[in-house]
Design a protein around this ligand. Structure first.
Ligand SMILES: C[S@@+](CC[C@H](N)C(=O)[O-])C[C@H]1O[C@@H](n2cnc3c(N)ncnc32)[C@H](O)[C@@H]1O
Length: 223
């Protein structure tokens, strides 16, 4: 799947939460729920008002703007220029956005906290995932916390593909190699990556109130 093409098209086809796929049963997630997600992320990352946060795969900045009250500043990175153009509309001296690929961007700055949320599935093999993680670590200050959140969980794949219609779509998409969900990761793969990169990672199961808890998990890394 050409994900850049997919997200550029999504940027033109919709706006707001929909533009970054924040939908459930065809409906946009309620802003209140998104705010609760942002608060939860701020707790997982132990965000403080002096923290500089790096938000990788930030899309149109919809979630970034909800995280800003919990920290001092945010730098967002996303490879869709179209989504970054949207994000720049809400940019300020406290929230700056750049168009670049998560695997290879290079900023001359290190961050207290790093988040990559609802996006790890778009790195569709172990080596790409490891490359992203290495790049996040490169931008993290010593002792920084890195949250990779809302990862599609291989252990729970059939809770997502949970009807004959979805199984059929999954089969058709897999044959055409055009799966529109990306990769379901096993937590073991992330632990293996951490071991290879010399850092500690922890699997966090999601709470039931989280909208995609039935098939996603979070992962926290300490540099
Ligand atoms: C589902 S949206 C998530 C947006 C936001 N993080 C959130 O939680 O609402 C996925 C985002 O990942 C971005 N993305 C996918 N692959 C990427 C890559 N290789 N480099 C940078 N951004 C990427 C897409 O452009 C899209 O904006």
């Amino acid at each position: 799947m050409n994900w850049k093409h997919f997200w550029d098209r999504q940027a033109l086809a919709s706006k707001g939460a929909k533009q970054v796929g924040r939908i459930m049963a065809g409906k946009e997630l309620e802003p209140q729920l998104m705010l609760a997600i942002a608060k939860h992320i701020s707790e997982q990352l132990q965000l403080t008002e002096t923290d500089n946060l790096l938000d990788v795969c930030c899309g149109n900045g919809y979630l970034s703007q909800m995280l800003l009250p919990y920290c001092q500043s945010i730098v967002g990175v996303d490879f869709s220029e179209k989504l970054i153009a949207q994000a720049n509309k809400i940019g300020s001296n406290k929230m700056i956005f750049y168009a670049a690929d998560a695997k290879e961007f290079g900023l001359n700055q290190s961050f207290d906290k790093v988040v990559l949320y609802f996006s790890f599935q778009y790195f569709e093999d172990y080596e790409s995932g490891k490359k992203v993680l290495a790049n996040l670590l490169k931008h993290a200050a010593p002792g920084a916390l890195i949250l990779i959140g809302d990862i599609c969980d291989k252990r729970k794949i059939w809770r997502y593909y949970n009807s004959p219609k979805k199984w059929w779509n999954w089969l058709k998409q897999s044959i055409k190699q055009k799966n529109d969900m990306g990769k379901f990761w096993h937590p073991r793969e992330l632990l293996q990556m951490c071991a290879a990169l010399g850092v500690k990672g922890e699997v966090l199961e999601q709470a039931v109130w989280q909208p995609y808890a039935h098939y996603r998990f979070d992962f926290l890394i300490v540099k």
